[in-house]
Design a binder for this molecule. Structure first.
Ligand code: FAD
Ligand code: SF4
Length: 470
């Protein structure tokens, strides 16, 4: 620890300790983690850059208010167990959030060092460093004695996991009903292994089981069980709906139904959940394209493009109707994708997919766009350029242009929906149905892991109050 005149003096003028990344030409050929994480030496060195602010802006930027300077102080003092305990007070999934949260817009974006012209502290890397030590130094949280109340959580994504964990600690009897054969939601079926190893998600789910949470897989609420079952025969006192926003949007252009044209959800689910990259060792195959074109500019598009590269594509083109500057993807994801060889084709929009003699997609016809006036989102609207059509070879096309609300939500329990099909709630996640709470993407629309978790935590607090004060 840097000490001057007996006092801690931050090394904030030192550059940020860089991430330990596998070189692009090696990592683009396998599904191993791109970033291998900080060593203890790296973490302590980075922690020594923190000013330990009295008024920490980083905490204001964190959606769940982690005491960031405190956990960084513990790393500096090399008391990792205390650091991990501090993080876990506010965030049950530090290994996940440290890897996938958009820190540049949250804690790191708010770090005071941005204002002094220094590199912001690598808070995500430090959070992940501590989270990854859970198996060796983490302490299981203590649960209150059973309170006799039963809650069903529908969906095992980050929102459901956060809610279930909080409720279990409060002494509730919690069962998570999950449509898929395994838990984690998008953390398992959407975000690829090279960004978020599945063993980490499994470890977190196992941690919940240790707290007494029961998981029922292959259980589609709204089909297998409805509100009458949950509140009747199954004997639950309340429901938390966390079914996500997994219904893909489509381009609605001719040829979109051709074999070889996938939506990103299906493409990523085949590889991440069903292990299509290991076919025939696993049962589910997928098409390995030579020339792959991905439509979209968000994290999902980046994940699909980088997955296609790892499945052996010769060329992967990311076609986007605005410019790189307007892409909603995390800067790091775009940077990694480009480093690995994904080509960015700006200002284009697809018109039609064309089949070859074998009936499979062979080409896509596109038109060029230019940027016009800003739209409701504040981004400049893409406007078509007449007579600018051209064709691109493409034997696999993947659309990643967003998702809609999961329509099963209201089948599981009657609740008020807004005009786009998302569940209406108050700030604490209460729906129009007094026994039902909801949160995560099914309330906000597609958002982030940490916001989904924050909603789960808030709802758990509200349920605890409502059920125990009743
Ligand atoms: P989900 O994670 O979608 O989980 C919902 C769960 O409910 C699913 O497991 C589903 O199978 C289950 N379910 C649905 N219907 C039923 C039913 N009827 N009965 C039982 N179970 C049901 N966010 C970030 O912060 N950083 C990132 O880098 C990032 N990358 C992403 C990459 C991809 C490919 C995708 C798709 C999203 C990404 N996101 C990222 C967004 C983030 O993952 C979501 O905002 C978050 O997972 C939402 O959590 P959730 O719990 O609300 O829903
Ligand atoms: Fe450290 Fe930055 Fe937070 Fe200040 S704002 S405590 S420098 S991480």
């Amino acid at each position: 620890m840097p000490i001057v005149d007996g006092k801690y003096k931050a090394n904030n003028k030192e550059p940020r300790v860089p991430a330990n990344e596998v070189p692009a030409d090696i990592r683009s050929k396998n599904f191993e983690p791109v970033d291998t994480g900080y060593t203890t030496e790296n973490a302590v060195e980075e922690a020594n850059r923190c000013l330990d602010c009295k008024k920490p802006f980083c905490v204001q930027g964190c959606p769940v208010g982690i005491n960031i300077p405190e956990f960084i102080r513990h790393i500096r003092e090399e008391d990792m167990a205390a650091g991990l305990a501090t993080v876990r007070e506010s965030n049950m999934l530090p290994s996940v959030c440290g890897r996938v949260c958009p820190q540049e817009n949250q804690c790191e974006g708010s770090c005071i060092l941005n204002k002094t012209g220094d590199d912001p502290i690598a808070i995500g890397q430090l959070e992940r460093f501590l989270g990854d030590m859970t198996p060796s130094i983490g302490k299981a949280p203590v649960c209150k004695p059973k309170n006799g109340k039963k809650v069903a959580v529908i969906g095992s994504g980050p929102s459901g996991i956060a809610c279930a964990g909080e409720l279990a600690r409060e002494g509730f009897d919690v069962t998570v009903f999950e449509a898929f054969q395994t838990g984690g939601g998008v953390l398992t079926y959407g975000i690829p292994e090279f960004r978020l190893p599945k063993e980490i998600v499994k470890r977190e789910i196992d941690g919940l089981k240790d707290l007494g949470v029961t998981f029922e897989y292959d259980a589609v609420a709204g089909r297998l069980y409805d509100a009458d079952d949950f509140f009747g025969e199954l004997g639950f006192d309340a429901l938390y709906l966390a079914v996500g926003a997994g219904l893909p949007k489509f381009l609605n252009v001719p040829g979109e139904n051709l074999p070889g044209v996938f939506c990103a959800n299906e493409y990523l689910t085949r590889v991440n959940l069903m292990k299509a990259n290991l076919f025939p060792e696993y049962d589910t195959p997928t098409k390995h394209g030579k020339n792959v074109v991905v439509f979209g500019g968000g994290n999902v598009a980046m994940d699909a493009a980088r997955t296609a590269l790892r499945l052996g594509a010769d060329t992967v083109t990311l076609a986007y109707r605005r410019t790189e500057k307007e892409m909603p993807a995390r800067i790091a994801e775009l940077h990694h994708a480009k480093e690995e060889g994904v080509r960015i084709l700006e200002l284009v929009s697809p018109l039609e997919f064309l089949a070859g003699d074998d009936g499979f997609v062979q080409k896509v016809r596109l038109e060029k766009m230019e940027l016009g006036e800003p739209d409701e989102s504040g981004r400049r609207r893409p406007v078509r350029i007449p007579d600018s059509e051209f064709e691109l070879d493409c034997d696999v096309a993947i659309t990643a242009i967003g998702t809609n609300a999961n329509p099963f939500a209201s089948m599981a329990a009657p609740v008020n929906l807004n005009e786009w099909g998302y569940i209406e709630t108050d700030e604490d996640g209460r729906t129009s149905n007094p026994r039902v709470w909801a949160g995560g993407d099914i309330v906000t629309g597609a958002a982030t892991v940490i916001l989904a978790m924050g909603a789960g935590k808030k709802a758990a607090a509200s349920m605890t109050k409502a059920l125990l004060d009743a």
